[in-house]
Design a protein around this ligand. Sequence first.
Ligand SMILES: [Zn+2]
Length: 244
Amino acid sequence: MKPLTPLLESNREWAAKVSEKNPEFFETLAKQQAPEYLWIGCSDSRVPANEIVGMLPGELFVHRNVANVVVHTDMNCLSVVQYAVQVLKVKHIMVVGHYGCGGVQASIDPTPHGMIDNWLRNIRNVYNKHKDLLSAWSDSEKEHLDRLCELNVIEQARNICETTIVQEAWAGGQELTVHGWVYGLSDGLINDLEFNAANQGEVEDQYKIAIRKIEVMRDMMRGEEETDAQSARSLWDRLNKLFG
Ligand SMILES: [Zn+2]
C-alpha cells in the first residue's frame, strides 16, 4: 500500500458522505464561493479553521502562516486579503492566534532557528514593544507566553486594519469588521479578545482597549495568589464584562 492511500480512501468516504447528505453540494460549490469570513490563523495542525467554527467548504476563506502574522510586505497574505475583501466581499476578518503557539514561543527563545527567525522577528518586535507589560508574568512561562499570544493577535489585527486594502474598503463604505481571537488547544474553545474594528475611527480605540484589558489583567493578578488556576478565558470573560 502506498503511504498516502489511507488519506485518499478517506477522501472518497468523506465526499460520498457529503454527497449523500446533500447531492448538489459539490456541483453548487464548484460554480461559486461566497464566504462571509476571512480567517487568518496559524499553520499549526491543531488549529483547523473550518472544523473549529463548524463551517463547511465554501463558508470560510483561509490564510495561514506560522504564528498568524500580518506583515505589510507579505504579498502572499496581502493577495489573500485583497481577493477576500475586493472580490468575495467578506464581511469579517478574524485574526486567530492560539495559546501554546510554537512560533510565538520560538520568537523569544534565544536559540537560533535559522531562516525562520527572520519571520519570527515580527513577533519579537511585539514582545519588545510590550516588554514592560509582559514582565508582570515573568514568573510563569505559560502565562507569559499566553499574554504574548494575545498581544500578537492584537498587533496583527491592527496590522490588518492598516493595510491599504482594508483602509480603501472602509473609505468606500464597505461593511467589514476585523476581529481578534485566541484559540485554546487544551479545550478547543475560542477566546474572543473583543477587538472589533468596523471602521477607521474605531481602530485606535479598539487597540487601546484591548491593551488596557491586559494591563487590568496584570493589576487583577497582583491582588490574587492563585492565578494559574484561572484559565485565560475566565480572565478575559471578566475583562470583557468590565469593559463591556
Ligand atoms: Zn502557532
